[in-house]
Ligand binder design. Structure first.
Ligand code: PEP
Ligand code: MN
Length: 338
């Protein structure tokens, strides 16, 4: 439920209303002051609440019930876009986040070399998996802590902030210490224990959409993190399972305008995992920017045929450089810069 306050209300009266809601109705109240409005978001069980006495309060313009089960990530609760600040780079504002790098960190030389090339091309974040949740247990599982250290070295060499995937609660302290954005992969989108724990830190979280998750389920996962106290969540559409098998997944680009309508969180698109096909990455990355995505995540490898994971969907650095150039044009169309 939300309460829209009358403009220029007496602060004393607003404070009294908040106190009543907290103490008499046992609700958590989140206050948002925008330029043209002030809103109180009510969290808790409001199903049996009689809205009439609230509606009659002097400071109240309107009481509205929210149908959706997600509250804190709901745009009704927070009409302004959330901007996630990562070391000065703002995701969700006028910059386009361009995250690039290999699927897996394979060695120090590999990640440094790719980091330099994607940086020169215009990427503003370096991605690379150190802990790899693979479908096949016999395939490369990542370098683990060594991989994280290589990412740190690459950050030191290039200045690019690093994005890497977490696979378990036990790794949170390590990731908070070393990583700029903690990625929650598609396979862990519904790992609620992990999400709850990530709500207790302030490190930005990149929450990928689950393989078969509806937009509402995805937002409920974001709600776990935000309601736990970490507002720094960026969503990532990475394709969903459908009956189509030509592409690895089906990129649901409509998710971008839907998210923008129903939530205030930034949303980026990963066309690499969505398609599994390197040649399909460019057109879909362009489309993603044009439907309003706040960023793009792309896999890049210097020898895709030798890659330890996801070579088929990885761009050569040269190709990435050309893509970045095109994305600058698409970003400009949308009033953004890279
Ligand atoms: C990845 O980014 O390397 C990855 C495993 O992605 P997803 O969780 O979307 O499959
Ligand atoms: Mn990958």
């Amino acid at each position: 439920m939300i309460i829209i306050l009358k403009p220029n209300s007496e602060q004393q009266n607003v404070a009294e209303l908040i106190k009543t809601l907290e103490t008499e109705y046992n609700l958590e109240v989140q206050r948002m002051d925008g330029v043209n409005y002030s809103i109180l978001g009510l969290i808790g069980d409001t199903s049996a609440l009689d809205t009439d006495p609230i509606q009659e309060k002097e400071v109240v313009k309107k009481v509205m019930r929210i149908q959706e089960p997600y509250k804190k990530v709901n745009r009704a609760f927070h009409p302004d876009d959330t901007i996630v600040n990562v070391g000065g780079f703002e995701i969700g504002g006028n910059r386009l986040a361009l995250m690039a790098g290999p699927c897996s960190v394979e060695s120090e030389e590999q990640i440094i070399s790719i980091a330099k090339k994607v940086k020169a091309a215009g990427a503003n974040f370096l991605r690379g998996g150190a802990y790899k949740p693979r479908t096949n247990p016999y395939r490369f599982q990542g370098l683990g802590i060594e991989g994280l250290k290589h990412l740190e070295t690459a950050r030191k060499e290039t200045g690019l902030p690093i994005v890497t995937e977490i696979t378990s609660v036990d790794l949170i302290d390590l990731f908070v210490d070393k990583v700029d954005i903690i990625q929650v992969g598609a396979r862990n989108m519904q790992n609620y224990v992990l999400l709850r724990e990530l709500g207790k830190c302030q490190t930005p979280v990149l929450l990928k959409r689950g393989l078969s998750a509806t937009i509402e389920e995805w937002l409920m996962s974001a709600e776990y993190i935000v309601s736990g106290g970490n507002p720094n969540v960026v969503l990532c559409e990475r394709g969903i399972r459908t009956y189509e098998t030509f592409t690895r997944n089906t990129l649901d680009l409509s998710a971008v305008p839907v998210i923008k309508k129903v939530s205030h969180l930034p949303v980026i698109v990963d066309p690499s995992h969505a398609t599994g096909l390197w040649w399909a990455v460019e057109p879909l990355a362009m489309a993603a920017v044009c439907v309003g995505a706040d960023g793009v995540m792309v896999e890049v490898h210097e020898q895709p045929s030798e890659a330890l994971s996801d070579g088929k969907q990885s761009l050569l650095p040269d190709k990435f450089s050309k893509l970045a150039e095109k994305l600058r044009g698409a970003a400009a169309l949308m009033g953004k810069t890279i």
